[in-house]
Design a protein around this ligand. Structure first.
Ligand code: 9MR
Length: 463
């Protein structure tokens, strides 16, 4: 039975194409519905936690699912936690990851596993790679603490570690261990249909800054690394999506990436997702969100759209985030979301934490960030999405799509429980052959349309 389901999953995933596009703009679920994902990165604290676990309880996951309208999580895992000693795998760690992943998947939330790293790894003052995989042991900290954390990438020992890792010719074993580590993870999750896929490496960095910025790192080393890693994962899992990132340095600000086209090696249609991050300079370096940064944000999107055409894949904005104490943080999040919706881009906010940039305060009450992240959006669409938008100020939602009645499952629209305290007006036009329900577990609106290939318009307004 499980094999039949997985087979259907694989077939259906390739069945649906975006309206007017020669490649899919959205990911698709097992039934062929177009997916839009909104969720949180979980969690930054796991980088340094002694057991590498996120701070969350299962009740926090339930809240994301039942109240806040999130349908996915980008879940952090670490090579250094999986293989702390060379060739010795920490099965207890993997067991804990599996337990927590299942907190999401049993609620039918999607999980994207993110092999996280910042500043290469544990041997050089960062997180990610195990100590044994660093070129130097931690010796000294040359970079003042007051600088943005990523300036630590300028430390000679960090540069050497990245250079070693990406110089495959001379240090093959490092990448080979990384690949085996991913294969272990994929074996653990390849039969869980709500594990959506694998984010190959968080924010890849080449070590040498000039080479990284000039494009040599992405064109040669990163591209070749993906060409080794993707087939290695495909040996154990041909169904899940592969999420891949460009270099982080500069691209996060809005500079263009140099990564050549990434291709899948699975049989059939590619199942890869371009996963850049968005951190305009004002977020880390200082300043308010001004019109200058609004322009930079728009530029970030236009550059990413060009890269999407190169990779011919859907996009997930894997990280964006900022402090609610930044002047204009709300305008930034609204502008970012409006543009994401306009190109059907999924996202995962950085990050799920209590306080700081997180959506909750220390006492788990909503922070101003959460109010900006709770949105009405089409989680799953039975057909081709033409457009959707949600205005945070008026709480007006509109969407239109072309129905596909070969898909028996409904279109699902997330309606976070606390958005419309006095109810909402629902208007559906384009067809009279429809029925609606509300999912009591999540408050989502389910729309069943029984007329095929019809343009359906849905609007929701606050009462
Ligand atoms: O927000 C995180 C900060 O508290 C850590 O000190 C830092 C270094 O580990 O990482 C920050 O998170 C970053 C993430 O790991 C990668 N993308 C950018 C995030 C924000 O700077």
């Amino acid at each position: 039975m499980r094999n039949i389901l997985l087979c259907c999953f694989a077939l259906l995933l390739t069945a649906s194409r975006s309206h007017g596009q020669s490649f899919d703009r959205e990911l698709h679920d097992a039934y062929g519905r177009a997916l839009i994902l909104h969720g949180l990165n979980t969690a930054s604290n796991a980088k340094d936690d002694t057991a590498h676990q996120p701070w969350i309880l299962e009740s926090d996951v339930e809240r994301e699912h039942a109240e806040l309208g999130f349908n996915c999580v980008r879940y952090l895992i670490f090579w250094g936690a999986i293989e702390p000693e060379k060739d010795k795998y920490d099965e207890a760690y993997l067991k804990k990851v599996k337990e927590r992943v299942e907190w999401y998947t049993k609620r039918h939330m999607y999980v994207i596993l993110d092999m996280h790293q910042d500043v290469y790894g544990y041997g050089v003052g960062g997180n990610g790679a195990p100590v044994w995989a660093s070129a130097h042991a931690l010796i000294q900290n040359l970079i003042p603490d007051s600088w943005p954390w990523w300036m630590q990438n300028m430390e000679p020992k960090v540069i050497r570690s990245y250079v070693h890792f990406f110089t495959y010719r001379r240090h093959k074993d490092l990448q080979q261990h990384y690949m085996i580590c991913w294969q272990k993870v994929a074996k653990l999750f390849h039969d869980n249909p709500y594990v959506l896929g694998y984010d190959l490496m968080n924010e890849p960095h080449g070590g040498k800054v000039i080479k990284t910025l000039a494009g040599g790192f992405e064109r040669r080393q990163l591209s070749k690394f993906y060409k080794r890693l993707i087939p290695a994962i495909r040996e154990v899992d041909t169904v899940r999506y592969i999420f891949f990132e460009p270099r982080s340095f500069g691209v996060n600000f809005g500079m263009k990436a140099h990564l050549p086209q990434v291709t899948d090696t699975r049989p059939g249609a590619a199942r890869i997702v371009y996963t850049p991050h968005c951190y305009p300079k004002f977020v880390d370096i200082g300043g308010d969100y001004t019109p200058k940064y609004r322009d930079e944000l728009s530029k970030w999107y236009r550059v990413r759209e060009k890269e999407q055409v190169l990779h011919r894949s859907p996009m997930l904005l894997g990280e964006f985030g900022l402090s609610p104490s930044k002047v204009g943080f709300d305008k930034f999040l609204r502008d970012l979301n409006r543009q994401a919706d306009s190109i059907h881009m999924s996202w995962t906010y950085w990050a799920n934490s209590l306080g700081g940039w997180g959506p909750y305060r220390g006492d788990r009450s909503p922070s101003p960030i959460l109010w900006e992240l709770m949105r009405v959006y089409p989680q799953a669409t039975s057909g081709s999405i033409i457009s959707y938008s949600y205005d945070q100020a008026t709480k007006d939602f509109t969407m239109s799509y072309v129905s596909d009645t070969h898909i028996a499952q409904p279109t699902v629209i997330a309606i976070p429980r606390i958005l419309y305290l006095h109810g909402y007006e629902l208007n559906i036009s384009g067809t009279e052959k429809y029925k609606t329900e509300v999912d009591p577990a999540t408050n989502s609106l389910l729309v069943y349309v029984s007329e095929n290939n019809i343009k359906v318009n849905i609007s929701i307004k606050s009462r």
